[in-house]
Design a protein around this ligand. Structure first.
Ligand SMILES: [Zn+2]
Length: 316
C-alpha cells in the first residue's frame, strides 16, 4: 500500500462513504473538503438479501461518485473488500466481498471501521499532515488504527491496529476476542458502565443511581465529587494512559486521537489523560504528544469511509 498522496483534483470530486454498524447503516456523499453534503441512515438489515437491497438503494439515492468506501466492523481484507470476520449481528457478511453489493463499474475501497475513522482524520481531520498518528475509538469496545510513515498499518492478515486487544492484565476479565485482560475489558465505555452498575448492585451509594448509567454520566458525576464515579475514573485514567504510552513507545506517533462515545466527556477526559500520558513518556521521549478529540465530528463514520475511497481510488 503506497503512502498517502493528496491530488490537486480532490476539491472537485466527491465520494460515497458507507458506515456499516451493528445497529444501523449510515451513508453519505462527501465533498473534496470532507463535508457530508447528503446523508441517509437506515436500520441494519438482518439478512444478506436485505443487506444487498439496502446498499443498492442507498447508492442509488446518493447518485454518481468518484468511488465508494466502506467502513465495517471486524476484519476486512482491504485488497479485495472481503469481510473476513464481522462480529455480532453482521455475521451474515462473513466471507462476502463488499464490492459484490455495488453496481458494476463503481470503484470500492473497504476497511475496518476504526481504521476508516483514522483515514478520515488523516485526510480531513486532526491527523492531516501527520504521517505518524494513532487513534483509539472507545465505545462498546475499543477500536484502533495506526498510521506509520504515511501508511495505514494493516499487518500480514489485516488485523494490525486492533489496539483494543492489547493485553494490560494477563489474568484480567474475559474479552469478546476470547483472551483475558485486553485493554477493552478495562477502558471501553461498556466496561466502565458495567463496573458502575456492579457497584450500585452491591449497594454502593452514588449519585449515579439517580439516572441512566452511561460513561458520560460517570464523568459528569465525578466532576461533581461523586465518590464511586471518582473511584472508577481513578482506575480508568492510569490504565488508558499507560496503554497509550506503551503504544507511543511502539509507534512514536505525533498525535493520539481519542474518539468514539467516550469523546463526549470532553475536557474531563482529555485533560487528565494528557497528564497521564505525558508523565509516562516524558522521561524517555523528552516530549509531549497531544491527545485530542477527532476533528471530523458528526458523520465521522461516513467521512472516514469516504476517505478510504479518496485515498485508494486515485485514478486521477
Ligand atoms: Zn480482546
Amino acid at each position: 500500500m503506497p503512502p498517502f498522496r493528496i491530488y490537486d483534483g480532490w476539491v472537485q470530486r466527491s465520494w460515497i462513504g458507507v458506515d456499516i454498524g451493528g445497529t444501523s447503516i449510515k451513508a453519505g456523499r462527501v465533498d473534496g473538503g470532507g463535508k457530508v453534503v447528503a446523508r441517509v441512515e437506515v436500520a441494519a438489515p438482518d439478512s444478506l438479501p436485505s443487506f444487498r437491497e439496502t446498499i443498492l438503494g442507498l447508492l442509488q439515492e446518493l447518485g454518481d461518485a468518484a468511488g465508494a468506501g466502506f467502513g465495517c466492523r471486524g476484519i476486512i481484507d482491504t485488497s479485495t473488500s472481503r469481510v473476513v470476520i464481522s462480529p455480532g449481528a453482521l455475521r451474515y457478511l462473513d466471507g462476502h466481498y463488499l464490492s459484490e453489493f455495488v453496481p458494476a463499474g463503481l470503484a470500492v475501497s473497504a476497511d475496518n471501521d476504526a481504521r476508516a475513522a483514522l483515514a478520515g482524520e488523516v485526510v480531513w481531520g486532526a491527523a492531516q499532515g501527520k504521517p505518524n498518528a494513532l487513534m483509539l475509538t472507545i465505545g462498546t469496545g475499543v477500536g484502533g488504527g495506526v498510521v506509520v510513515d504515511g501508511r495505514l498499518l494493516r499487518g500480514a492478515t489485516g488485523a494490525g491496529g486492533h489496539l483494543g486487544h492489547i493485553n494490560v492484565d494477563p489474568h484480567g476479565p474475559l474479552c469478546v476476542c476470547g483472551a483475558r485482560g485486553c485493554l477493552e475489558t478495562y477502558v471501553s465505555a461498556r466496561a466502565l458502565e458495567g463496573k458502575a452498575l456492579a457497584a450500585l448492585h452491591c449497594g454502593v451509594p452514588s449519585a449515579l443511581s439517580d439516572g441512566a448509567v452511561t460513561c458520560e454520566s460517570i464523568f459528569a458525576r465525578a466532576a461533581e465529587g461523586d465518590a464511586l464515579s471518582t473511584s472508577l475514573l481513578g482506575d480508568f485514567f492510569p490504565r488508558l494512559g499507560a496503554a497509550i504510552a506503551g503504544l507511543l513507545f511502539a509507534f512514536d506517533s505525533e498525535i493520539v486521537i481519542l474518539g468514539g462515545q467516550i469523546s463526549k466527556a470532553g475536557p474531563a477526559l482529555y485533560k487528565p489523560i494528557q497528564a497521564e500520558v505525558d508523565a509516562r513518556i516524558g522521561p524517555f521521549l523528552k516530549r509531549s504528544v497531544p491527545v485530542v478529540a477527532p476533528a471530523c465530528g458528526d458523520g465521522s463514520g461516513i467521512v472516514g469511509a469516504a476517505a478510504l475511497a479518496a485515498l485508494y481510488n486515485q485514478e486521477c
